[in-house]
Design a protein around this ligand. Sequence first.
Ligand code: G1P
Length: 299
Amino acid sequence: MRIRKAVFPAAGLGTRFLPATKAQPKEMLPLVDKPAIQYVIEEAVASGVETVIIVTGRGKNAIEDHFDVAFELERTLEERGKTEALDEIRRIANLVRVCYVRQKEPLGLGHAVLSARDLVGDEPFAVLLGDDIIESKVPCLKQLMSIYDEHRCSIIAVERIDRTRTKDYGVVGVAPLQSSGKPPAGQGGRESVHEVRDLVEKPEPSEAPSDLAIIGRYILTSGIFEQLESTAPDKWGEIQLTNGLRSLLRKEKIMAYEFEGKRYDTGNKLGFLKATVEFALRREDLGEEFRRYLRCLAL
Ligand code: G1P
């Protein structure tokens, strides 16, 4: 079955970006001039997703407005002959079919995914987390879809991290590689697809089952919903997706995939700044002048 639907959890409070996020959703913070969530939704659309399900909460109306028709703005741009801006504004409203569901309480990522159950139904679906923006030749979600086509089970995007940073991520334990005789497919000549044996949410480095961290791209079978229903909240009262996946692993195979591309963790300030600078440098209209400006800073 094809992956037609993608869930975007966007109900978080964005406390890491206060005060900017006091009165606006963190998903709407712009990297250069495009809201962070638009980059991720464009990745889903470029991967072939037909329906996007955004899980929102209080104070997130700006997200709905962003992906909606802005009649007055369009009329004004039309009157002023600003056709380029007008085309872009219209393109965003026509990008993809978007549905919204409210997560009434911030009870964790697993709970956010569970909120989308009725809209997803009984089919495999994607989950994309807006903090991770991935630049790659083939969109990251599309890479996961190819792995899904081959294995027909839940697929989690992972990246090797420095062992000292396991407390920031879900970490997977994987089966030792069996030499298949086939040439290795992954980056740097390593095998990039692994069978998951364990998943631990934000472990201490000493307790981490590997250095493979979960990145915000998943393809999940609908079996995850039943597991999330019975997943106990953690010590902060949150239902973790990682813990739901750990239960799912007792029933179904799960694969981890080391994606190809560069990830920007825009969920923290430094990552956000790095992405902003690099994206600005790549822009045709800004890049050259911005590069000149950076060069003349006394760094
Ligand atoms: C979430 C997940 C975690 C994953 C991370 C990726 O954590 O719970 O397993 O590694 O996203 O960005 P969060 O960053 O929301 O704390």
